[in-house]
Write a protein of this length. Structure first.
Length: 698
C-alpha cells in the first residue's frame, strides 16, 4: 500500500527559488517571515555523471541515457536517494528495493516488476550498463510517491517529493558571521525569521511558547520577547533575564527592568506574563516540600526570607534579615547557613516546610563563632547537633553544650569528632581519638586504654563503637545506603576499606578501596566506581563494584568509568580497561553483558527514551552513531559526528551533526536531520547549516 502524500508539479523556477530560500536564506526585514515546504529535489541530466541531490552536487557511476525513445536511469542511485534499502540476489538476477511502505522487485531483462505483491509491466526491461541496473524513468513516476518532470530542451530530469512529519514544532537558531536567522519547523513547513542586528542571549520553551531575551545591537539593549502564534512579540523592552525555573505549573522569571531601574519577579502560566512582585532582587532559592524558598532584597535595602506555597502567589515572610549562603536538605528539614543583614553573625537555621511563615523557621544557632560545615549539622531527636572545633555540640536554651560520654563512674570520654551523619534515625560520629575527662569536661588522669579512632553509633540511650582502630575518611549518605570510607588499622593493618550498610545493623566490607568516585542506584543494585589496589601488582587501579543484598562484589576490575546512564530500567556504562587498553561498553539489567568491545564515546546523552552514543572504533577510525533503548544496542549510521540531539513528538528526533563520509559532497558539512526512531531513518532537513541551539516548542 502506498503512502498518500500531496501530488504536485514543480516548475524549474520554483525549484530554483526553493533551493535559494531554504539553502541560502536570503535576508529579509527584521522579524519578517518566509515559509517553504521541505521538498527533496533531485536533478539529473542525460549523459551527465553529475547530479544534484537536495542542492548538493554528487557523482554517478553511470549517467542517465535515452534508448529507443525511453529515458533510462540508474535504479540503485534513485531509490537509495529516496531512502530505500537495496538488495541484489545474484542467483535470480533480481534487485529488491524496500522501505516502510513499498517493496519493489525487478529482474534483469524482464519487463515484469513486482510492486507490493502486484505485477506491473514496464515499457522496457531492466538492463545492465557498466554493471549498473538501468530502468525506465516512467516506472519511477508511476509507482512511487514522487513527482517527475522531463525538460526536453535541456534534457534535465527533475524528481521531487514533499516530506511531512508529525513531529511537533522546533525553533532553531542559525548564527554565522554572515547571517543570523531563527527558523521554525513543524514537520511540514520551514519558516525563516531573519534577526538582523539581533542576537538571542537565552530562551525557554514552556507550554508551547518560547520566551527569549534578544539583544538589539541597534539600540544596545535586551528585549524580553514571546514567540506564539508564529509571531514574535515584545513583552518588556530593555529587560534582562537573570534566572528562570519552573514552580507550581508556572515558569518563574527574575530580571532587571533597565527603564524602570528595578528588579522584578514574574510568572508565566503558558499564556500570560504576570507580575508577582516589583522591586524584587532575588538571591538564592530552593524548592522544599512543595514550598518555594527565596531570599529577597529590595530598594529599601531590606533582606527577607520568603516562602510561596501552591495555593497563593503572595509569599509569606519566614524571617527578616536572614541571607542564605548555603543549603542542604534531609527528609525532614532544609538546613541553611547564612549571614545577617547587619553585623558579623553567621546563623544556622532550618525550615520545616509546614507553613509559609515564621512558625516553620527554626533558628538553630544564632552564631557558632566559627564556620560550620553544613554537612556536619543535623537535628536528631529534636535537638541540634553539630561539629565545632572537633567537638560534638548541641544547642539548647540559647547555650552551646558539649556532648561527652560516660566511660565508667565519674570518668567520661571526650571524642575528637571530624564528621557526623544522621542515617536511619541513628547518629554516626567519626572519631579521630579523644581524651578522658570528668563530668564537667575537665582533663583528668585515668589509666585506661587509649581512645582509638573509629566510628561510633550514638543514641540517647547508649553509645556503640561500630568501627575501632579506623582512620575515617568520608561518609556518603545515599538515603537508602550509608557508605563509610577509611583505613583499617586493627592489629597493625593499614588497609583502605569501604563499608556499606542499608539498615545500619549489617555492614558489608570491600578491602583496598581508597576513594569512591561516583555511585548510582537502580532498584536494589548500587553501582560504585572506586579507586582500589591490585594486591598482586601492588598498583592502584579503577574498579566498578556492585552492592546488592548486603553484599559487595566486583563487577569489573581495572576499569576507569567514563560515562554511565540508566535507560528504561537498565544500567549502561562505558569505561577504559587499562590492562587491555580498550574502552568498553557494558549493560546491567536482567543480565550483565558486554555491548561493545573497543569503542571510545565522544557523545553520550539520554534523549527521550533512548541513549544515543557517538564515537569511534580505533580499528577503523570510523565515527558511528548507536542507539540503546534498554534492550538492545543498534548501529544507526557511520561517518557521522553528533553535535546535538533533541526529542520531538512521537517517534521523531532532530539530530544536528557533521558528515564525516570521505569524498562525499557533504563531507565536513553540518547537517540537520529528522530522525525517525521507528524506522531508524535519517531525513536531511538542511545541509551546511550553523546551528547555535535548537529547542522543542510543542
Amino acid at each position: 500500500m502506498k503512502r498518500k502524500v500531496p501530488y504536485f508539479f514543480i516548475k524549474h523556477s520554483t525549484i530554483k527559488f526553493i533551493i535559494i530560500c531554504i539553502l541560502l536564506n536570503l535576508g529579509m526585514p527584521s522579524y519578517a517571515e518566509s515559509s517553504e515546504n521541505i521538498i527533496e529535489v533531485f536533478m539529473f541530466k542525460i549523459n551527465a555523471k553529475t547530479y544534484y541531490s537536495k542542492g548538493i552536487m554528487k557523482t554517478l557511476d553511470t549517467a542517465p541515457i535515452i534508448e529507443n525513445g525511453l529515458t533510462m536511469i540508474p535504479f540503485r542511485t534513485i531509490f537509495e536517494e529516496l531512502g530505500y534499502s537495496i538488495q541484489w540476489f545474484e542467483e535470480t538476477s533480481t534487485m529488491m528495493a524496500t522501505n516502510k511502505y513499498n517493496t519493489i522487485q525487478l529482474k534483469l531483462n524482464d519487463k515484469r516488476a513486482i510492486v507490493n505483491g502486484k505485477e506491473k509491466l514496464m515499457d522496457a526491461a531492466p538492463k545492465f550498463k557498466n554493471s549498473i541496473m538501468m530502468v525506465p524513468l516512467n516506472f519511477i513516476a508511476e509507482n512511487i510517491d514522487v513527482t517527475v518532470e522531463w525538460r526536453e530542451k535541456t534534457q534535465i530530469i527533475i524528481i521531487s517529493r514533499m516530506r511531512q512529519f508529525n513531529l511537533g514544532k522546533v525553533m532553531i537558531y542559525e548564527k554565522t558571521n554572515k547571517k543570523n536567522d531563527v527558523l521554525t519547523y513543524d514537520g511540514n513547513i520551514i519558516t525563516i525569521f531573519p534577526f538582523e542586528n539581533k542576537e538571542i542571549r537565552n530562551w525557554y520553551a514552556y507550554k508551547g511558547k518560547i520566551l527569549l531575551t534578544v539583544f538589539d545591537k541597534t539600540h544596545n539593549n535586551n528585549n524580553f520577547i514571546i514567540f506564539k502564534d508564529n509571531k514574535f512579540e515584545i513583552l518588556i523592552n530593555n529587560f534582562d533575564i537573570k534566572d528562570a525555573f519552573e514552580y507550581n505549573n508556572n515558569l518563574i522569571l527574575h530580571g532587571y527592568d533597565r527603564d524602570q531601574k528595578e528588579n522584578n519577579l514574574y510568572r508565566f502560566d503558558g499564556n500570560n506574563l504576570i507580575l508577582i512582585q516589583k522591586d524584587f532582587y532575588m538571591g538564592k532559592y530552593y524548592i522544599f516540600k512543595d514550598k518555594l524558598i527565596i531570599n529577597k532584597y529590595d530598594s529599601e535595602r531590606d533582606y527577607l526570607l520568603l516562602a510561596f506555597d501552591k495555593n497563593s502567589w503572595k509569599p509569606g515572610i519566614i524571617e527578616h534579615g536572614f541571607i542564605i549562603q548555603d543549603m542542604r536538605e534531609d527528609e525532614n528539614y532544609l538546613y541553611m547557613a547564612g549571614v545577617e543583614q547587619s553585623g558579623k553573625k553567621r546563623p544556622l537555621a532550618a525550615y520545616t516546610g509546614k507553613t509559609t511563615d515564621f512558625h516553620s523557621f527554626i533558628l538553630l544557632h544564632p552564631n557558632p563563632n566559627t564556620k560550620v560545615n553544613l554537612h556536619d549539622i543535623t537535628i536528631y531527636k529534636d535537638k541540634l547537633y553539630f561539629v565545632k572545633g572537633g567537638k560534638l555540640i548541641t544547642y539548647e536554651d540559647e547555650q552551646e553544650k558539649e556532648i561527652i560520654f560516660n566511660h565508667t563512674g565519674d570518668v567520661y570520654k571526650r571524642y575528637n569528632i571530624s564528621s557526623i551523619v544522621n542515617y536511619n534515625d541513628t547518629l554516626y560520629l567519626a572519631v579521630s581519638g579523644g581524651a578522658y575527662v570528668d563530668k564537667d569536661g575537665k582533663s583528668m588522669k585515668f589509666e585506661g586504654d587509649k581512645i582509638k579512632p573509629g566510628v561510633v553509633n550514638f543514641s540517647l540511650l547508649n553509645l556503640d563503637v561500630i568501627l575501632e582502630d579506623f582512620k575515617f575518611s568520608k561518609f556518603i549518605d545515599l538515603k537508602n545506603r550509608l557508605m563509610i570510607l577509611g583505613i583499617d588499622n586493627r592489629e597493625g593493618k593499614d588497609d583502605n576499606v569501604l563499608y556499606v550498610t542499608t539498615d545500619g545493623s549489617r555492614f558489608s566490607l570491600a578491602l583496598d578501596v581508597s576513594a569512591v568516585n561516583d555511585t548510582i542506584t537502580l532498584g536494589n543494585n548500587t553501582f560504585i566506581a572506586v579507586k582500589d589496589k591490585d594486591r598482586i601488582t601492588n598498583k592502584a587501579r579503577d574498579t566498578m563494584l556492585l552492592y546488592n543484598n548486603n553484599q559487595i562484589t566486583n563487577l569489573i576490575l581495572g576499569m576507569s568509568t567514563r560515562k554511565w546512564s540508566i535507560v528504561n530500567n537498565n544500567f549502561i556504562f562505558q569505561g577504559y580497561e587499562a590492562d587491555i587498553k580498550k574502552n568498553k561498553v557494558y549493560t546491567y539489567g536482567r543480565i550483565f553483558k558486554e555491548l561493545m568491545d573497543n569503542f571510545e564515546a565522544k557523545y553520550w546523552e539520554v534523549v527521550g527514551d533512548n541513549l544515543f552514543i557517538n564515537g569511534t572504533h580505533p580499528d577503523d577510525k570510523l565515527q558511528r552513531l548507536y542507539k540503546f533503548d534498554g534492550k538492545e544496542l543498534v548501529e544507526l549510521r557511520e561517518n557521522i559526528e553528533i553535535i546535538n540531539i533533541i526529542k520531538m513528538r512521537s517517534q521523531y528526533y532532530l539530530i544536528y551533526a557533521r558528515d564525516k563520509t570521505p569524498k562525499s559532497p557533504t563531507s565536513g558539512k553540518k547537517i540537520l536531520y529528522v530522525f525517525d526512531n521507528f524506522n531508524n531513518e535519517f531525513i536531511e532537513m538542511k545541509v551546511d547549516i550553523e546551528v547555535s541551539d535548537m529547542i522543542f516548542i510543542e
